[in-house]
Design a binder for this molecule. Structure first.
Ligand SMILES: *Cc1c(COP(=O)(O)O)cnc(C)c1O
Length: 395
């Protein structure tokens, strides 16, 4: 297929050949554990090329491959490996880049479970050292580098406060020093940010968010060059056994087809709601890379092609009772974790962070009790604003 075609067209057709599937307009779900071969020699040959041959579904599966080809193409990578969750993708990518005793540099506001992997697992079990920085200044990265630094792990925009890192700058620094780089690109999606084209080695996504988009799949993906992804497939994917269900891949192929349309709408409604919140007298401030008041708005404009529907804001009150009244007063916004689906959601980081962190750590992460995170879904934005307005009237 002509790969000069535009993204929307590639997402529709790239990586699937209807003639391979009897002309079926949607690729089938290959729900089989193994593949059979004509004879001894055919099997023998298959083992010589395990990374590109369908032998057993813990390894390659044709439905999974269709998704991987599409997402790799859109992200500007050579190959992708799909995983059964974003965390499985993150742990595989990190394990690929480190040896015991190595040092990792990451940011203060890294996604909580990824931090648990580093702090509660890799550090005590494998002697991994970790340095946390704000990530907003390139010098911080340079100063944090040690002789045993093997990985810089980025998340831009980051969880909770959506702070950005200068992706091109960090990639150049890391490449010069022979340090591997991973970025969690879940917030921006491969449509709005292309870190591999900026020199990052591995891009990871939770496909449970915008990529899936329908709140019916948990999955994750690692995208990079042929060498890294083949190694991740042969080692972390097959050995750790984190096999992706063909049905999940099939749902994700469906999701990719509408990703550009959905992101356009999430962006449009996200901007409308962020503007509404910013003008509201019961809101102290709004964290959203799409607002001009965002401290790193210019960097965002330089390295991202769009903004999304994930917004956080701080209520003016710090009275927990009132905060709960506001939260519970929303009718269209549903209450729950995760984000990026068709439905609008609200979540307060305090609900989980207060259980895991001391108050001091909590403040150190720039999070307060009054912080709300909303995921603007695909409902009509005027209805969503009216819903917020009713809840504000209660406090
Ligand atoms: C949800 C999320 C993950 C983890 O993905 P799962 O699919 O839930 O395992 C990783 N990074 C970010 C930024 C996320 O929001």
């Amino acid at each position: 297929m002509n790969d000069k075609l535009k993204l929307e067209t590639l997402l529709m057709h790239y990586g699937e050949e209807p003639s391979d599937f009897h002309g079926a307009v949607v690729p089938p779900i290959y729900q089989n554990s193994l593949f059979t071969f004509k004879d001894w020699d055919a099997l023998d040959e298959a083992f010589d090329n395990r990374k590109d041959t369908y032998i057993y579904t813990r390894g390659k599966n044709p439905t999974v491959s269709v998704f991987e080809k599409k997402i790799a193409k859109v992200a500007g990578g050579e190959k992708a490996q799909l995983f059964p969750s974003g965390m499985a993708a993150i742990s595989a990518a990190i394990l690929h880049c480190i040896n015991s005793g190595d040092h990792i540099i990451t940011i203060n506001n890294i996604y909580g479970p990824a931090n648990n992997l580093l702090q509660s697992y890799l550090k005590p079990k494998f002697g991994i050292e970790i340095t946390y920085i704000s990530g907003t200044d390139l010098d911080e990265f340079e100063k944090a580098i040690k002789p045993n630094t093997s990985l810089i792990y980025l998340e831009s925009p980051s969880s909770a406060i959506f702070s950005l890192q200068d992706i091109e700058g960090v990639a150049a620094l890391a490449n010069e020093k022979g340090i591997k780089t991973i970025i969690d690109n879940t917030w921006a999606t491969p449509l709005f940010q292309s870190p591999l084209k900026m020199g990052i080695d591995l891009e990871v996504h939770s496909c449970s968010k915008y990529i899936g988009g329908h709140s019916d799949v948990v999955a994750g993906v690692v995208i990079g060059n042929d060498v890294d992804i083949d190694e991740i497939f042969l080692n972390e994917y097959e050995w750790l056994g984190a096999k992706t269900a063909p049905f999940e891949a099939w749902l994700l192929i469906r999701s990719l087809r509408t990703l550009p349309l959905r992101m356009k709408q999430h962006q449009e409604s996200g901007i409308a709601i962020a503007n509404y919140l910013e003008m509201h007298d019961k809101v102290v401030h709004v964290n959203y890379p799409g607002l001009e008041s965002f401290p790193q708005f210019e960097l965002g404009r330089k390295q991202m092609k769009g903004t999304t529907g994930l917004i956080s804001f701080r209520l003016q009150t710090d009275d927990l009772e009132k905060i709960k009244i506001f939260f519970n007063g929303l009718k269209i916004f549903r209450k729950g974790v995760s984000w990026g689906g068709h439905e609008s959601l609200i979540y307060a980081p305090a609900i989980s962070y207060l259980k895991e962190l001391t108050e001091k750590q909590f403040v150190g992460m720039c999070i307060s009790l009054a912080d709300m995170r909303i995921s603007v879904g695909l409902e009509n934005a005027d209805d969503l604003i009216a819903d917020l307005e009713e809840a504000f009237k209660l406090i």
